[in-house]
Design a protein around this ligand. Structure first.
Ligand SMILES: [Zn+2]
Length: 272
């Protein structure tokens, strides 16, 4: 356990809140974004800024919206249970996580807390983290969606974003806004890749899918910058004889151009 005192809360700089609101104007009844300090837990410190998306309950496009609301606006999930870890309890087998509560998921507790804050503030809604601010390009989404994961894997890139707290600390600034806008602009590309099926693709659709895949990969590379050793990655990429293709069969690595072409061919095979 870290001995340094964890920074539990920090106020969002007003200038950043204004920048964020200007880039993503808040519209009645629709999702909106807010920055919030994430301290993590004393057994798992994070101490990074994160961006939350709040979706008004009535606008939540899921069948279980009512259940989610009941849960997230209900009793504290940590009213019961304990953090099961060394020095914390008498359990013989340490689980290294919250256990015995209504929910055992650590992240869920913060989601519950933010849902409570939103209700108190008169802006009730479903909260979820959409961005972790760390690294030198303003941050990245918390997780890679399955398609991005496949593409990253095929390209020999890391196929997980760093966990919150694992990338270098970064302030809230314009780079965060630019990263969020970049992600926003990818929506078409991601949608296109989701629609791609392995079944006969017209040449035109193939080109579009390839272009979309390139855009998603560019985003991942840029987001990873500063969080991964890019030079080491490039060396590894050029050294590796085989890399996994999106559909799971090894793809022979020869030179970047050949790779790129094979990779593009494979992109057309990615099923949703
Ligand atoms: Zn225990």
């Amino acid at each position: 356990m870290s001995t340094a005192a964890r920074v539990l809360g920090r106020a969002v700089p007003e200038a950043f809140a204004a920048q964020l609101a200007a880039a993503f104007p808040r519209r009645d009844g629709l999702s909106w974004l807010m920055a919030r300090w994430e301290p993590g837990e004393d057994w798992a410190p994070v101490e990074r800024w994160v961006i939350w998306e709040i979706t008004p309950w009535h606008a939540l496009p899921t069948a279980d919206a009512a259940y989610l609301r009941m849960t997230l606006e209900g009793p504290n999930p940590r009213d019961t249970g304990h953090y099961c870890g060394a020095g914390r309890c008498a359990c013989a087998l340490k689980r290294n996580r919250w256990t015995g509560g209504r929910s055992e998921a650590v992240d869920y507790f913060r989601q519950w807390q933010v849902a409570q804050e939103m209700r108190t503030a008169g802006t009730p809604g479903f909260p979820r983290v959409i961005w972790i601010v760390q690294g030198d390009t303003g941050g990245h989404p918390p997780v890679m969606d399955p398609i991005s994961k496949q593409l990253a894997q095929a390209a020999g890139l890391p196929h997980e974003f760093p966990s919150p707290g694992d990338g270098p600390y970064a302030d809230l600034d314009q780079r965060v806004i630019e990263g969020l806008l970049h992600k926003d602009r990818l929506r078409d590309a991601e949608g296109r890749l989701r629609d791609v099926s392995s079944a006969e693709l017209a040449a035109e659709d193939r080109d579009r899918a390839q272009h979309a895949a390139d855009r998603v990969l560019d985003f991942i590379l840029e987001r990873m910058s500063g969080s991964v050793d890019e030079a080491a990655w490039l060396i590894r990429k050029h050294d590796s004889a085989f890399i996994a293709a999106p559909h799971g069969t090894p793809l022979e690595w020869t030179d970047p151009d050949t790779f790129r072409q094979s990779f593009r061919d494979d992109c057309a095979l990615i099923a949703s």
